[in-house]
Design a protein around this ligand. Structure first.
Ligand code: HEM
Length: 436
């Protein structure tokens, strides 16, 4: 079994075998890889009554304390989480993003630096969450072996990492609650939900626990993914300076000088939107999504899919299918632009695969797109982004390497971000001081 960049190997196997669905058996566990949009949509959307569970993740959920996260819970166990349409402030108004573009945080900014320094979610997900990365998922009884036992190093690691899941759940929540009580909190999911609680919920302690777990679930779902997309955007600008120039010209022709772009400009900034779509397609953050699991047996195209199978959509393969996206490995925002200069509805929107499928589809997808769009548009408006030059005047070329993980991030790279003008510098300074 491949252990890194599995999506590329699965894609190769599917091509070699001439099938867009393959079955692997690993230590008695069935893994079904869905390598095309058609199969993923048919199984995960249309047969969603069967394939909406999550695999048992012993290390993550049972040893590291991540069972708070409804993103990793069994399908039925998610009832009662607070993440629904009514409980999420809409980014367009509640966060004032239309007037003050910024990358938003789920609760307050004050705990953010401390948390991001301490929290190795990426470290955690790299080794523990892929379907094949741990024997524990196949032989759950291994979790009972004592820490001192040779080979049981994973238990020590799990204990160490479990600390982070507690910090992540409790620290920001306590900070947000304190601000709410002091009347200094900015609108957030937590403030929204706690306000509702104050309006007379029963079982306050239990409900609070759910608000806390939901906020932490959103935090883990939102941070790595958004940061990764924005880093990829910068890399993409280094790969394609013409795209940067074209987007800046578009912004300059639409947005008044001295202003940041607003959401209401989106219709008139199709090329910026195309850059966002292409960034998310080109190096998609979650190449294999989050695996689903089947609760009962299924029959599909004459194949028997056993109950308990791990269902893996190869989102990377879907978004790099050359029939849908010619030259799939090249960063080409113009593939989304039609002859009329607008977004071409005939080109399949990467959103249809990017955020997963069926009943487990990413609930943060609209918020993710909006926050990434406004961040990208704002950066394009004020920054020139280019490859840096070393002391001897040589251009430093990025490697375009990625760290393989459930949520992939670019390996560290250097870039030069320069304000486009004195006015742009002033805009950046005033934005920074507003949020410091
Ligand atoms: C570019 C940004 C993002 C990408 C690419 C992304 C992608 C995904 C994918 C592929 C899944 C798995 C869907 C499936 O099982 O089929 C998922 C689930 C999830 N995402 Fe996102 N996501 C992003 C941003 C966010 C944001 C901003 C939030 C929260 C505010 C969020 C919260 C969640 C949650 C809670 C789940 C679990 C849903 C469930 O199991 O029912 N995500 N996301």
């Amino acid at each position: 079994m491949p252990t890194t960049f599995e999506w590329e190997t699965y894609d190769r196997w599917c091509k070699e075998l001439g099938s867009d669905i393959i079955h692997l058996e690993v230590a008695g566990t069935s893994i079904v890889v869905m390598n095309s949009a058609e199969v993923a949509e048919e199984l995960l959307d249309q047969h969603s009554a069967i394939h909406s569970d999550r695999p048992r993740l012993v290390m993550v959920n049972e040893l590291m304390g991540w069972n708070f996260s409804f993103g990793l819970m069994a399908y039925g166990a998610r009832n009662g989480n607070y993440f629904n349409r009514n409980s999420i402030p809409k980014p367009r108004n509640a966060f004032n993003l239309s007037r003050t573009p910024k990358i938003m945080y789920i609760t307050s900014d004050t705990w953010q630096p401390q948390l991001s320094l301490e929290l190795p979610t990426e470290l955690m997900s790299k080794k523990t969450m892929t379907p094949t990365s741990t024997l524990l998922n196949s032989i759950p009884a291994l979790k009972y072996i004592p820490e001192w036992f040779p080979g049981a190093g994973f238990k020590r690691k799990a204990r160490e990492w479990a600390r982070y899941s507690t910090i992540m759940r409790e620290l920001p929540y306590a900070a947000a609650k304190k601000q709410i009580l002091q009347g200094t909190a900015r609108p957030s999911f937590t403030s929204y939900s706690l306000e509702k609680l104050a309006e007379g919920e029963e079982d306050v302690a239990e409900q609070e626990q759910r608000v806390q777990s939901t906020a932490a679930t959103m935090y883990t779902g939102a941070t790595d993914s958004t940061v990764s997309v924005l880093s990829t955007f910068i890399l993409a600008m280094l790969a394609n300076p013409e795209a940067l120039k074209r987007a800046q010209e578009e912004i300059d022709s639409v947005v008044q000088s001295g202003e940041f772009p607003r959401f209401s400009d989106q219709e008139r900034l199709p090329y910026v939107t195309a850059i966002v779509k292409e960034t998310m397609r080109w190096k998609n953050v979650t190449p294999l999504g989050i695996p689903h699991a089947s609760t009962s047996e299924d029959l599909y195209r004459g194949y028997r899919i056993p109950a308990g199978s791990i269902m893996v959509p190869n989102i990377w393969a879907i978004l790099h299918d050359e029939n849908t996206y010619p030259e799939p490995h090249t960063f080409k925002p113009e593939r989304f632009i039609g002859e009329d200069g607008k977004i071409n509805p005939a080109v399949k929107d990467p959103d249809t695969a990017l955020f997963g499928f069926g009943r487990r589809i990413c609930p943060g997808r609209f918020m993710a797109f909006s926050s990434i769009w406004i961040a990208v548009a704002s950066m394009l408006a004020v920054f020139d982004i280019s490859k840096p030059v070393d002391e001897d005047g040589n251009v430093i070329e990025p490697t375009f390497e990625y760290i393989p993980s459930m949520a992939c991030v670019p390996a560290p790279f250097e870039c030069a971000l320069k304000p486009r003008s004195a006015q742009a510098e002033e805009m950046i300074r005033s934005m920074a001081s507003e949020h410091s």
